[in-house]
Design a protein around this ligand. Sequence first.
Ligand code: NAP
Ligand code: ZN
Length: 357
Amino acid sequence: MEATANHTQIVTGWAGKDSSGKVMPYVFKRRENGPEDVTIKVLFCGMCHTDLHYLKNDWGITMYPVVPGHEITGVVTKVGSGVTNFKVGDRVGVGCIYASCLNCEFCESSEENYCDQVQFTYNGIFWDGSITYGGYSEMLVANNRYVIHVPDNLPLEAAAPLLCAGITVYSPMKHHNMLQAGKKLGVVGLGGLGHVAVKFGKAFGLHVTVISTSPTKEREAKERLNADGFIVSTDPKQMQAASKSLDYIIDTVSAHHSLGPVLELLKVNGKLVLVGAPDKPLDLPSFPLIFGKRTVSGSMTGGIKETQEMLDLCAKHNITPDIEIVAPNYINEALARLARNDVRYRFVIDIASKSKL
Ligand code: NAP
Ligand code: ZN
């Protein structure tokens, strides 16, 4: 019997079939709902820049056809016999992690994201050999271990981007003990990830400076997001004036850039966390590191337990991303706008909208 013989459920979605960066309607099959699974009617899916990297095969690892989407929210329509923590009708979310070994030190310490065998929600290979398909689709089957409860007072459309953008910035902020009132945080790149980092920083009482290539974002950064400072990174004078002023930096930039000038903004002992994932290696000059005893590290999404904690915290403190809701027939236009840095600050697809592609 073929390994995927139980893939009997027909699903409509949207897939990229080549590196054009565009999607088209795609009908495929998902597995039956197993004992540990929940079936989710997908209602909203955020559009992460990672989706664009995969669609364009920027990282050279795309398996076409690729159904992107790892900022998924919806409602449970079916639960397996072994599932005790979800019931039909629950409001839920699924982020980047779809499967992991559950035995290693990382799975045991709720850091499934660093499991050697981690499989992502799309462009991964599930245990039965099938390629995983993400949330640009009307229905998802997922092991309940990787499903998050969306708190009642968080709208599903606003919760969606938190499942990747939110946890990706929250996890390193927490890990590096950045969430301390009065500390000075720099956020490089004001996009989907960056604007949520600003919101977390402000919610925890930090002094937040945005470091951006887009002078047009200054006003909204200050007025809408309450950023305390704004530096245009292409202006050497502004960069110079802010030398050694920041305790921490989160770099969310999706394109190639040099870390040298950014590192100069850190105080002695300052820490920079890289979460942006450009396709080419970044320039990391030694002098700003050595002379400032500075640290550069990276971070990839977050574990399931921490994702739930982050979502609960967002519900409690009213931290929600700024989103533009789009219908499925607008996905390609939204991808093009994302590519040209024209989004404030996350597109979220209203999957159930009648306007199909
Ligand atoms: P996004 O919304 O497109 O934001 C990226 C921002 O980077 C832009 O808003 C822009 O900000 C800045 N930028 C773009 N092109 C630039 C350039 N040529 N030079 C300098 N700055 C530039 O993307 P996102 O969804 O936030 O994702 C950002 C990156 O994080 C992507 O590479 C994505 O794959 C990665 N990511 C990583 C993880 C992880 O687990 N580590 C998770 C999710 C996403 P300004 O206009 O302010 O300059
Ligand atoms: Zn993402």
